[in-house]
Design a protein around this ligand. Sequence first.
Ligand code: AMP
Ligand code: MG
Length: 487
Amino acid sequence: MIISSLSAVSLQGGFARELGEMSLPWRADEVADPQLLVLNEPLATELGLDPAALRSPDGLRLLVGNLVPDGATPVAQAYSGHQFGFFNPRLGDGRALLLGELVDPEGRLRDLHLKGSGRTPFARGGDGLAAIGPMLREYVVSEAMHALGIPTTRSLAVVGTGRRVRRETPQPGAVLARVASSHLRVGSFQYARASGDAELLRRLADHAVARHHPGAAAAERPHLALFEAVVAAQASLVAQWMLVGFVHGVMNTDNMTISGESIDYGPCAFMDAFDPAAVYSSIDERGRYAYRNQPVVAEWNLARLAEAMLPLFDEDQERAVQLAEEALGAFGWHYSTAWTTGLRAKLGLRPEHGAEVVSPLAEELFALLHANHVDHTSFFRGLGAAARGDVRPARDLVLDLRAFDDWAGRWRALDPDPGVMDRTNPVYIPRNHLVEEALAAATGGDLDPLGRLLEAVTAPYEERPGLERYAAPAAEDFGPYITYCGT
Ligand code: AMP
Ligand code: MG
């Protein structure tokens, strides 16, 4: 059923009600003249919301948090987090609000959340605001991720506030309306644990089981089963990032979900030339969150989750530690299974090609791509043509032709399936230079480049005439790409 009247939109306040100790009732700043910059119509429909109603003046007020449906209780959520390895007990939504949970037509609970809606008591030194560039970046990248089939929070709309936001230069302000299967983070558990309230920690875990991993409720140790499910979901998620060359940029424990969805797209980027050391964030000077480190960091973050959940695993501390270690020990298996399965598809290989065939072939290929500075996305897509007999699109990207021919000969002898490859290797990703171009234009008032970029990246596997420039790497003069945390 589509709700065509906004007065019928109903938001539950399950998190606010069940976890009051972690919720501060709060209201969004008033936006005098909200201007819709982009609306995700397919997502609105999926949520049972009428896009036309969302475009109306009341719809825009809903999307910036100024129209609060009857019975809804918007809250700022409290959480802690390890930021670049250092624990901060009090982070929380400094510029965000959970408006409440929607029940979509399939009966699933989806958080409706705002980013850039004004200062909250968690704002610390921040202004509580967001500039349109970073909010549109999150919109583009999260929707591209979704279209790639990778679990992620979604973006429903970006609405301009007409307010100036102070950054390095003054920027127009915006609010992002975001949808997620929840906003529970590793940092949420760290907060509950650090509060010293054992009953709160238990309630949070029960809430997470019910919401994300209901199967865990029937396990002998439901909270251990929850932890195991998070380990499996995160291992699979990070493997999928690695397979498309995505660098999240800020894998702090407050930016890692319990659901296994990607969240909080800040200084993130897809790599162009394959480089294991790729890092794009201006504040990540030591490369803690570089491409190749992401699996290790995910495991490290999950160890922090285990520490936070320890009292839930067993009354006996030693036994609890042992159970946590065993559960975390499965990360490597989950990760390598997801990684190998993904590589097998990227290379068009078949189920009978086990890890002993796929892994060495892929490792050798990655070394070749790295040494030759080959564009990751174009190469894998081009390899699909090679599986059909035309090696040029892939071969032309490599300088060391002898090494390529040697590798490709052995790979083609395995009879790769180009159909599988075309469904696995995207043509279009949100390339950094295209994202920058679209954000700069939108900041200046021209939304056309953003629309075209979205058109390309929301159907990433379907090559279309006219979109050639969206499939090509940046010109050499684009230079090394850095994104700033002035989000
Ligand atoms: P992030 O790195 O975007 O995930 O944010 C980390 C923390 O900083 C969270 O607690 C955010 O709510 C907070 N934060 C980020 N930017 C702002 C801002 N402009 N105003 C207030 N809080 C902010
Ligand atoms: Mg965050």
